[in-house]
Design a protein around this ligand. Structure first.
Ligand code: SF4
Length: 190
């Protein structure tokens, strides 16, 4: 398994552990989460990811031939703010589901809504300020923020890219280049 995929799996497990260890009043809130497969409003929000998350997402994407084919024919996307304004979803959303669900980036894991109705209203409102009115769970967001700070610090310590990239504007070139390299390598070994 690629090391960054393994790292992101470990991080996902840490978030699950934190949820299991949440104090009783927080556990009650967790039981009220309304995020479900098919809810897609949060997939229109600008999405900043670390390079580690982008690489893990790419590794997962490359295992899915149908998703690869879609990305190859997709167009470059505008930046996150413009994507939200025009209601263009994340390019990894397909038929109401995330193509890399098991390796979805931390903001996607941490955006946990307590009201699917408010999510849909925010999406329909045309006003990004409405997003602030969606009741969400703070704890996953706080944990994800700390974990991402750790990822960035580790990258910085190793002299690696430690900035965030917006998946809308950067996802297409990242995925397209990864797909092209993977196909070139396949050709070289065939
Ligand atoms: S990566 Fe997946 S969960 Fe996150 S915004 Fe894109 S489609 Fe949605």
């Amino acid at each position: 398994m690629p090391p960054f995929v393994e790292l992101m799996d470990t991080i996902a497990a840490l978030l699950d552990d934190a949820r299991a260890a949440a104090p009783p009043h927080q556990r009650d809130l967790y039981s009220r989460i309304e995020c479900r497969k098919g809810c897609t409003a949060c997939c229109y929000i600008p999405l900043a990811v670390t390079a580690v998350e982008a690489i893990a997402a790419t590794a997962m994407l490359l295992r899915d031939e149908a998703a690869v084919a879609r990305i190859r024919t997709a167009r470059a996307q505008p930046n996150g703010a413009e994507r939200w304004r025009r209601r263009i979803p994340c390019m990894l959303l397909h038929d109401g589901a995330c193509a890399i669900y098991a390796q979805r980036p931390l903001p996607c894991r941490a955006y946990v809504s307590l009201s699917a109705v408010r999510c849909d209203e925010a999406l329909a409102s045309g006003d990004s300020g409405e997003l602030l009115a969606v009741p969400t769970l703070d704890l996953p967001h706080e944990h994800a923020t700390e974990l991402r700070a750790g990822i960035r610090a580790a990258c910085s310590a190793e002299g690696l890219q430690d900035a965030h990239v917006e998946l809308g504007s950067w996802g297409w070139p990242i995925f397209s280049n990864a797909i092209a390299i993977a196909h070139r390598n396949e050709g070289a070994t065939a």
